[in-house]
Design a protein around this ligand. Structure first.
Ligand code: URA
Ligand code: SF4
Length: 209
């Protein structure tokens, strides 16, 4: 099956990768998206956060996590004492997958084949950043980074043994918190998300000491 590998340049400059991803035809998802959305943040970031794929707002802006899920993430990072500007934030899949629903573009979960096809971009970002800590947010990022035997609910809150980074972990996706309709449940999940972020931040302090 096709994948992104032939479109990924040898360079590990974030700028070169960001330019090249716009030409990617590694799967069908480029066809309905406005643009590819590459990761954003510091090349020297110690912490790398990985989401699923750009949403409606990200697809238009060309930046990851700038819509509602991004605002929730910003709030959680702040509570956990993590400076987003010091981190690197990206997605497992670089093009927005959606279907029309009236005037809206409704998010569609990427298939396993699309996650697989896009992996070379995520691998290139990891090679460029060499993060000390890697956090997968949600099922798509978890599958892409750590494989299908890891599951968010089973594996959150503990460290994962991964060749990709000294500290590796999984947590739920911020959008999953936004989807909760019940106020108390949403607050509890937000607090659990912040606790997962704090866990990674504290493991990171241990790792870089
Ligand atoms: N959800 C994601 O997984 N990534 C984004 O960039 C925005 C929403
Ligand atoms: Fe390439 Fe990933 Fe976009 Fe598919 S989703 S076209 S693999 S950048």
């Amino acid at each position: 099956m096709a994948n992104a590998a032939e479109f990924v340049p040898l360079s590990r400059s974030l700028k070169a990768l960001d330019e090249a991803v716009q030409t990617c035809r590694g799967c069908e998802l480029y066809k309905d998206a406005t643009q590819a959305v590459f990761g954003s943040g510091r090349k020297k970031a110690e912490l790398m956060l990985v989401g699923e794929q750009p949403g409606d707002k990200e697809d238009l802006a060309g930046e990851p996590f700038v819509g509602p899920a991004g605002r929730l993430l910003d709030r959680a990072l702040e509570e956990a004492g993590i400076d987003r500007g010091e981190a690197y934030v990206t997605n497992a899949v670089k093009h927005f997958k959606w279907k029309p629903q009236g005037k809206r573009r409704l998010h569609q979960t990427p298939r396993a084949g699309e996650i697989e096809a896009c992996k070379p971009w995520l691998a290139a970002e990891i090679e460029a950043i060499k993060p000390q800590a890697l956090l997968a947010m949600g099922a798509t990022a978890t599958r892409s980074l750590f494989g299908s035997k890891f599951k968010v609910l089973k594996d959150r809150g503990r460290q994962i043994d991964s060749p990709l980074a000294p500290v590796a972990a999984v947590t739920i996706h911020p959008s999953a918190i936004l989807r909760l309709r019940e106020h108390d449940e949403r607050e509890a999940e937000f607090a659990a998300f912040v606790a997962d972020l704090e866990g990674v931040a504290s493991a990171l302090r241990g790792a870089v000491r």
